[in-house]
Design a binder for this molecule. Structure first.
Ligand code: FES
Length: 96
């Protein structure tokens, strides 16, 4: 008997890395991550996103928290996190 799995495998997941280095932590990395995780559950896309924490990327001089979505880098504040998620992450999930 063959079982065929439909859907995405681990390699198709979107990797979101959030910097938890000292500067980004002080700029709200915990809040940004919490907002992203809440929205991921709200939109039921937890099976499409792999969250990772990372340490300083030497971008501390910029405002917000350093994050990357796959290979693209961004800076996001807590206040921008909701809109950023909907614009960048949700769009990417819907396009896969
Ligand atoms: S602590 Fe996040 S880029 Fe330096």
């Amino acid at each position: 008997m063959w079982i065929i799995y439909k859907g995405r495998g681990m390699n198709d997941m979107i990797t979101i890395s959030v910097c938890v280095g000292t500067s980004c932590h002080l700029n709200g990395s915990y809040n940004v991550l919490q907002i992203f995780q809440q929205l991921t559950e709200q939109y039921s896309i937890h099976d499409q996103i792999d969250f990772k924490a990372c340490f300083c990327r030497k971008e501390c001089q910029n405002h917000g928290v350093s994050i990357s979505i796959d290979k693209d880098n961004f800076r996001v504040t807590s206040e921008e996190a909701d809109a950023f998620f909907k614009k960048e992450i949700l769009k990417k999930c819907n396009n896969q």
